[in-house]
Design a binder for this molecule. Structure first.
Ligand SMILES: Nc1ncnc2c1ncn2[C@@H]1O[C@H](COP(=O)(O)OP(=O)(O)OP(=O)(O)O)[C@@H](O)[C@H]1O
Ligand SMILES: O=P(O)(O)OC[C@H]1O[C@H](OP(=O)(O)OP(=O)(O)O)[C@H](O)[C@@H]1O
Length: 296
């Protein structure tokens, strides 16, 4: 019932991992096959496109849903609904940046130091032009089709490009003078599809599953046993999202509690629980953390 355009290239591996973690495995005959299927709620077509093309194929209605970079959603100006955002980039679980960079030896410390007539190479002419215009710089924007760093110095004096680790900048002796925006991966929908009650329900369900698989691994489930007499203190030490799971199998005096918390808060929480009288604490990994009321 809905069709999906997935990103080929930098955003592909993590996209496939996220869909698989959500139970939405993409099946295709080989890694070089640009068509696939997902066995969920009548997902009819899955195709792989360059992220820069995905906003327009979703905006035009060729596909109902797509995953792409926020940079291309802005650059293309396509009319789409942003349904969810996931901050991952090619190498990391962090957002990436669009920056203005110049050669390391250039005296500029910010965009205002670039004079009129400066030549700026970029794969993002619309974002670049807007940024330079807003800064009051009469720049010449040079469209690049990749390897933008190589355009300096012959074809350009500065560039607007993607930076993740900063390795490409370092290796080409460039430095950042402005961060234009941070970018993440975005799940986008065709507005007409999103307005259709049936399609919208599937799109919302897919978004919720992806979000659940995204937040799950950063959380854990704690199972805590405590004596009834220690319950008031142990309850206070439980995470905000907790419940009473039952009582001991043969020992009626034993109470079992469970709670979900951020993985990074585990050591401190275990200390507090044991100090409050908990008998023992077991930690389990979480794959999917689906909820109608996030944080409840
Ligand atoms: N480290 C990175 N390097 C390049 N692009 C990245 C990186 N991290 C995230 N991205 C994003 O991945 C997407 C790449 O899409 P694009 O259509 O530009 O393909 P491309 O330039 O051919 O690159 P690739 O095939 O490597 O994905 C963009 O949204 C880009 O901002
Ligand atoms: O900060 P980093 O981790 O080095 O990542 C950023 C670099 O990666 C991208 O290039 P890509 O390899 O996609 O080639 P391209 O320049 O031809 O698009 C981007 O254009 C930068 O050059």
């Amino acid at each position: 019932m809905i069709s999906l355009a997935l990103p080929k290239g930098s955003l592909e591996r993590r996209a496939l991992e996220l869909f698989a973690a959500a139970g939405l495995d993409v099946r295709r005959s080989s890694e070089r096959s640009y068509r696939g299927t997902i066995d969920y709620a009548g997902m009819t077509r899955v195709a792989f496109y360059k992220p820069r093309e995905i906003p327009s194929v979703v905006g035009s209605g060729s596909f109902d849903l797509g995953l792409t970079g926020a940079d291309w959603v802005e650059e293309t100006g396509a009319t789409v609904e942003v349904v969810e955002s996931f901050d991952y980039s090619r190498h990391s679980e962090r957002p990436w940046r669009l920056v203005l960079a110049v050669p390391s030896g250039h005296p500029a410390t910010g965009v205002a130091d670039l004079g009129d007539g400066v030549r700026v190479a970029t794969e993002y002419p619309n974002i670049g032009r807007r940024f330079l215009q807003d800064a009051g710089i009469g720049a010449e924007v040079i469209v690049s089709y990749g390897a933008t760093e190589a355009k300096i110095p012959e074809l350009a004096d500065a560039m607007v490009d993607v930076v993740e680790t900063g390795r490409s900048l370092r290796q080409n002796d460039l430095r950042i003078i402005e961060t234009i925006r941070t970018c993440g991966a975005q799940l986008i929908a065709n507005p007409a599809a999103y307005a259709d009650e049936d399609k919208r329900a599937v799109i919302r369900n897919v978004a919720r599953l992806l979000r659940a698989a995204w937040v799950g691994p950063s959380h854990v489930l704690l199972t805590v046993r405590a004596r009834a007499g220690d319950l008031p203190g142990v309850t206070l030490a439980m995470p905000g999202r907790s419940w009473r799971a039952g009582s001991g199998l043969s020992d009626e005096d034993m109470v079992v509690l469970q709670g979900v918390l951020l993985r990074r808060d585990v050591p401190e929480t275990i200390d507090v629980l044991l100090s409050a009288g908990a008998v023992d604490v077991t930690e389990s990994d979480i794959g999917i953390l689906a909820s109608n009321t996030p944080g409840a």
